[in-house]
Design a binder for this molecule. Structure first.
Ligand SMILES: NC(=O)c1ccc[n+]([C@@H]2O[C@H](COP(=O)([O-])OP(=O)(O)OC[C@H]3O[C@@H](n4cnc5c(N)ncnc54)[C@H](O)[C@@H]3O)[C@@H](O)[C@H]2O)c1
Ligand SMILES: [Zn+2]
Ligand SMILES: [Zn+2]
Length: 384
């Protein structure tokens, strides 16, 4: 089969790889119909995730048609269309029993921190991802959700990751009616978190980024006010947010940026070294901007262990800090209803649909924020 593969930092290549096969009785093999590129893939692409091996296929947001079914699988049959959560979960361990599939104990047993995930290096189990013609899906009775007959794959594609992630961010913010929510990052995750903040009763939503066209999408699609930190000056972002909120600061701040945040003075001085040490600019801004006794939500991904975080400020302000890799599965049924009812249309953020063969260009464009790229979806030839 054709698969997009990692060669080196900032270098992807479409190659022929052996077709995946059933390796365990609970597996299915999917013929991929849509595979999106996530901001999390950029951390891999930029070589920031440990143990990202040459030849790995990324991709944890995909839909497909069941092609082969392992002998123990009971809920799916050949020909079913499914959308698959990015987490790989066993469904029965201590955490899965509590709905916390992102920290499953059985699918990435050599790692004490995080469970298995598709296409996310050997740090999350070394499973190949869906940016390919076919993908093996373990524990097929646990993760995948059948796509209703009257819905298109693209209607539900983002139930695999960014819709539950953005929704969970707003939920963890514990937003009270009328409160002001500030989201750092106008990438797909931040845009969706901003949209979901309205669903939770926010009275005001502010999105911070420096990329003009993304701020425009935040105004148009997420219905948010925006702050451009490039124009504002990095040192003045927090002041600006306070001025916009009666001098107190937003009630809730959501960091939807993660370890590749720009804008820190240290980062400017230390460059790549700082990036590898973890540039925690948007957590820093979140903790400093949020009002006293407010809530900071961290959903941007941080890998490196040495992030510099103003924990003393957080403690003395009496903040609640909540974090998570999203446990996708538990949000799927509820969010499917939101999509059906038209309360949220996640496919509205797709800016580019490209062939799988154009994957290397798609990564480049998404990483460099070229051609007003917000979200790329790759389509294998057999699904075009
Ligand atoms: N927790 C989860 O389960 C989960 C799931 C999906 C994605 N993520 C993470 O969410 C983050 C965002 O994903 P995405 O797909 O939207 O990525 P993206 O790279 O498309 O968007 C990030 C945005 O942040 C902006 N930015 C950079 N520095 C900033 C700063 N200091 N302040 C404000 N904005 C800044 C960038 O200009 C960019 O527009 C990534 O870290 C990704 O790994 C987490
Ligand atoms: Zn993702
Ligand atoms: Zn489990």
């Amino acid at each position: 089969m054709k698969a997009l593969t990692y060669r080196a930092p900032s270098r992807m290549k479409v190659m022929n790889k052996p077709d995946p096969r059933i390796e365990h009785p609970n597996d299915i093999v999917l013929r991929v119909t849509r595979a999106a590129i996530c901001g999390s893939d950029l951390h891999l692409y930029h070589g920031l995730v440990p143990d990202t091996r040459v030849g790995t296929t990324f991709g944890h947001e995909f839909t497909g048609v069941v092609e082969e079914v392992g002998p123990s699988v009971t809920s799916l049959a050949k020909g079913d269309r499914v959308v698959v959560p990015f987490n790989i979960a066993c469904g029965t361990c201590f955490y899965c029993a509590r709905g916390l599939t992102s920290v499953c104990e059985n699918t990435n047993p050599s790692n004490e921190i995080v469970g298995g995930a598709f296409g996310f290096s050997h740090m999350t189990g070394g499973y190949d991802g869906g940016q390919a013609e076919y993908v093996r899906v373990p524990f097929a009775d646990v993760g995948p959700m059948k796509i209703p007959d009257d819905m298109h794959d693209e209607d539900v594609l983002f139930l695999s990751d960014i819709l539950p992630t953005g929704y969970q961010a707003a939920e963890m913010g514990d937003i009270k009616e009328g409160e002001t929510v500030c989201v750092f990052g106008a990438g797909p995750v931040g845009l969706i978190a901003a949209k979901c903040a309205w669903l939770m009763g926010a009275g005001r939503v502010i999105v911070v980024d420096k990329v003009d066209y993304r701020l425009e999408v935040a105004r148009r699609w997420s219905n948010a006010e925006t702050v451009d930190y490039k124009r504002e000056g990095n040192a003045h972002v927090v002041d600006r947010l306070r001025r916009m909120t009666d001098g107190r600061g937003p009630d809730v701040c959501i960091d939807a940026v993660g370890c590749e945040a720009s804008g820190s003075i240290l980062q400017k001085a230390l460059g790549t070294l700082m990036l590898q040490a973890g540039a925690a600019t948007s957590i820093d801004w979140s903790i400093n901007a949020v009002r006293k006794a407010g809530t900071v939500v961290l959903i941007g991904v941080y890998g490196p262990p040495f992030n510099i975080v103003p924990i003393g400020t957080a403690m003395n302000k009496g903040l609640t800090i909540r974090t998570a890799q999203c446990s996708v599965k538990r949000y799927m049924p509820h969010l499917l209803e939101h999509i059906r009812a038209g309360r949220i249309d996640p496919k509205g953020i797709i800016s580019h649909r490209l062939r799988l063969e154009d994957g290397p260009d798609a990564y480049r464009m998404f990483a460099r924020k070229e051609d007003e790229c917000v979200k790329c979806v790759l389509i294998p030839n057999h699904a075009a």
